[in-house]
Design a protein around this ligand. Structure first.
Ligand code: DGY
Length: 330
């Protein structure tokens, strides 16, 4: 009998074909998150789960999934999954690293340019018929080329942002849990800085850290206060790494010049007041949202799921301590 899987997002046809060939599939067919009740009901008889980053795969859900053998997340970030709880049940969990690096770095750079050059404000001005003349000191933004970029978290995406910044002749500082070898720093033309000096020197601070207990509110009132009043904060990682209320206050008090945000603390709800600010560019979590990247992510998640359900090690397993198919029955 075919194994049963639950796919909680609307995936490209070629990926669904791959899954339909092998499994009995229950899938979300609309572009919206699966309702929690449907998710809880749907998981009850499934061996496999292909989850979206908006799904909470927590104790409650896992306790209702006695047959579950594999969880493949469609996303590089997997803070939506209680990996500890899955590991205790012997369930491998996988993510989709690498395939969204360029798309996300492109978007971080889009936000840098958009907020510094007031692209969204300018677009609004033209559309509302307020572009009536040109003047030398009207609608000025800030230069990006040649400025100092501070990258916090130098994983794949942070490095890809650095690569783009080199093309803009930026001085690149980075802060990371582990410092790179000096030879690698030299090759990447980046300089290590402790957090406080990065924050005090950077014209743009771009966040590329995963959400974990230790990184919640990584950017709080103290860190925002260290930034220059002419500096911008860019976040394409996860919303809760920034204390959004503190950020709003920093923007309102002109403690910093602006922010470019793709992610929010209580996504998709925003801290009231944020949308009223002109000095922010706000995007709806679209870091990896290109057709090419989403097809790659869906394919990678499906391949991980297939490997896990075939008793093989999923190529992108994030809890490698769980051996293939050694699920402890509850
Ligand atoms: C991820 O993969 O974690 C992204 O946030 C999805 O865009």
């Amino acid at each position: 009998m075919a194994q049963k899987i639950l796919v909680t997002g609307n995936l490209p046809k070629e990926v669904m074909d791959l899954l339909n060939k092998r499994y009995e599939v229950e899938a979300q067919s609309e572009d919206r998150p699966m309702e929690r009740q449907a998710f809880l009901a749907g998981i009850a008889d499934k061996e496999g789960l292909l989850a979206m980053i908006t799904d909470a795969v927590d104790e409650e859900l896992l306790s209702r999934a006695p047959r579950l053998q594999m969880i493949a997340n469609m996303g590089v970030g997997y803070n939506n999954i209680d990996v500890g709880a899955a590991t205790r049940r012997g369930i491998p969990v996988s993510n989709t690293p690498g395939v969204l690096t360029d798309a996300t770095a492109d978007l971080a750079f889009t936000l840098i340019l958009a907020v510094a050059r007031r692209v969204v404000e300018g677009d609004k001005r033209v559309r509302t018929g307020q572009f009536t003349f040109w003047a030398p000191f009207l609608f000025l933004g800030r230069e990006v080329s040649g400025k100092t970029l501070g990258i916090i978290g130098l994983g794949r995406i942070g490095q890809a942002v650095a690569q783009r910044a080199r093309g803009f002749n930026m001085q690149i500082l980075y802060h990371n849990r582990r410092r790179m070898e000096p030879a690698k720093e030299q090759a990447l033309q980046i300089e290590y800085a402790d957090l406080d000096s990065l924050l005090t020197k950077a014209d743009f601070v771009s966040l590329h850290i995963p959400l974990m207990e230790e990184t919640r509110h990584f950017m709080g009132p103290r860190e925002l206060a260290l930034m220059k009043p002419t500096a911008y904060l860019i976040n394409t990682s996860r919303g809760p790494v920034v204390d959004e209320k503190a950020l709003l206050a920093a923007l309102q008090n002109k403690q910093i010049a602006g922010a470019g945000l793709d992610v929010y603390e209580q996504e998709p709800t925003l801290t009231p007041g944020l949308t009223e600010m002109d000095n922010v560019v706000l995007l709806p979590h679209v870091g990896s949202a290109t057709l090419e990247t989403r097809i790659r992510m869906a394919t990678m998640a499906a391949r991980n799921l297939i490997a896990g359900l075939s008793g093989e090690r999923p190529p992108n397993q994030v809890n490698p301590e769980v051996p293939p198919h050694h699920r402890k029955e509850k």
